[in-house]
Structure formats: structure tokens, C-alpha cells
Design a protein around this ligand. Structure first.
Ligand code: 13P
Length: 251
């Protein structure tokens, strides 16, 4: 998929049905930048309704926050990729640090989730990023490279080309502490260079790599103007239509 400008909002476990639909309705009716693909990621209970609200909308899509690695079966409480696809989800976030941290999802499991999503026509937004102690130890590049090698770098090039990557340093998520532009650029450039090594330059240049972690209207411009940052995966600031739109207008 050719590289795009993307602003994806990850609502996490926020918004009731009515609150969520009000937010989507505000985004739908607002003036949005034509060149930016905006993605909302509500809790799965809202997927179907949001998807029908967004039919015919240009550059405004609905994603899911997670999917199970199996197609169906006795997995109480879980949601499958085909269910999400049937409900209208176009993409799915896989590998968010909160899933890794609180639900014990490791690289091998995440790879099977990515394969499952692709098999059911859901485009993965694959997340990676280091915790604070790794950043402080200065081994963040090796850490993130290992996350990639053990997961999505196992994919054939034709499948890898379908995914969107998101670098989210854990120490920046929900902390108000954004990565400095040079820290984000260092990592994004490194990720792109590893894609060149693993696949090739064309694939690397076509891969959209988003930054996530306390991205907000005040810092989005600085981040999005970096050569290897193609947009943002936004948590807290995606819960308010005005902030999310202001971020989308920051390219
Ligand atoms: P915040 O923007 O709230 O820091 O969250 C980032 C994130 O985790 C998006 O997936």
C-alpha cells in the first residue's frame, strides 16, 4: 500500500454507545483535511453502527482495537477477525503495548493475530515500542528491532506491504511526555532502514509509520513534519473531536 498521511484515534476502553456516536457524528460533519486518512477505533460494541454512519465518507474509516488469533471457537469473551470484518471494521490495531503488558501478548501470538487479520481482509496497524528502562539503558533500537523481527518481519513481502506500523514508546503513552522530534525521527528512520534490509527500498518507502504517545494539537505539527513520521496513533486526544481534528490538520 502506498505511504499515506494517517491520523488514527485509539479510544481504548472509553465512551459509551451514545458518547461514541456523538464523537463520530462530530467528526463526520466537520471539515476534514482531504489528504489525511482519519481512522476511529471505538470499542467493538460500536463497530457496526460507526461503520454504517461512515458509509460514503471519504478518508474516514473504522478500526478495531484487537482481534483473536482463531477464527471461531470456545474462547469466552473474545471477538474474531471475521466478526469484526462483518461488522464493518476495515483495520485492526495489533500489538498495542497495553495488550502486551496487561494481557501477556507476545511477539509470536501477535504474529498469529496479524496473519488472522490479513486472512479476513482487516488491515493491521501493528504497534511496537520500548519501556522507559530500555530507553534509559540506550538499547531502544535493538529492542524495537527485535519486536519486528519476531513478529511482522516473518511475513512474506506481499503481506508485509498491507500493514501500517506504529511506534509508541511506552514511556510516552498517557504520560504527557512526548518523544522529542529527534527521538521519534531516529526510531522511524531506523525502522525504515530495517524494512530495506529485510525486504527492499520500495516496500520501505511505501510503509506508513505512525508515532503514538501523548501526541496532541500542540506537538503534532513538529512530529508530522519529520521525514519518516507519516502520522499519529492518538489516545487521549482522540476522545475530543476538536483535538482530533486539530491533529489531523497538523500536516
Ligand atoms: P496517548 O495519546 O493517550 O498517550 O495514547 C497513545 C496510545 O496508546 C495510542 O494507541
Amino acid at each position: 500500500m502506498p505511504r499515506k498521511k494517517i491520523v488514527a484515534g485509539n479510544w481504548k476502553m472509553n465512551k459509551t454507545y451514545e458518547e461514541g456516536l456523538a464523537l463520530v457524528s462530530a467528526l463526520k460533519n466537520a471539515s476534514r483535511p482531504e489528504s489525511v486518512w482519519m481512522i476511529v477505533t471505538p470499542p467493538a460494541l460500536l463497530t457496526r453502527e460507526v461503520s454504517s454512519m461512515l458509509k460514503e465518507q471519504n478518508q474516514l474509516s473504522v478500526a478495531a482495537q484487537n482481534c483473536h488469533q482463531e477464527t471461531s471457537g470456545a474462547y469466552t469473551g473474545e471477538i474474531s477477525a471475521p466478526m469484526l470484518r462483518a461488522a464493518g471494521a476495515e483495520l485492526v490495531i495489533i500489538g498495542h503495548s497495553e495488550r502486551r503488558q496487561y494481557f501477556g501478548e507476545d511477539n509470536a501470538l501477535l504474529l498469529s493475530k496479524v496473519r488472522q487479520a490479513l486472512a479476513h481482509d482487516l488491515q493491521p496497524i501493528f504497534c511496537m515500542g520500548e519501556p522507559l528502562e530500555i530507553r534509559e539503558a540506550g538499547t531502544h533500537l535493538e529492542y524495537v528491532k527485535n519486536q519486528l523481527e519476531k513478529s511482522v518481519f516473518q511475513l512474506a513481502e506481499s503481506d508485509f506491504k498491507k500493514i501500517i506500523l506504529a511506534y509508541e514508546p511506552i514511556w510516552a503513552i498517557g504520560t504527557g511526555k512526548t518523544a522529542q522530534p529527534e527521538q521519534a525521527q531516529e526510531m522511524h528512520q531506523a525502522i525504515r532502514s530495517w524494512i530495506v534490509e529485510k525486504y527492499n527500498t520500495e516496500t520501505a518507502n511505501d510503509t506508513s509509520i505512525l508515532y503514538g504517545g501523548s501526541c496532541k494539537p500542540a506537538n503534532a505539527k513538529d512530529l508530522f513534519s519529520l521525514p519518516d513520521v507519516d502520522g499519529g496513533l492518538i489516545g487521549g486526544a482522540s476522545l475530543k473531536a476538536d483535538d482530533f481534528l486539530a491533529i489531523a490538520h497538523s500536516f
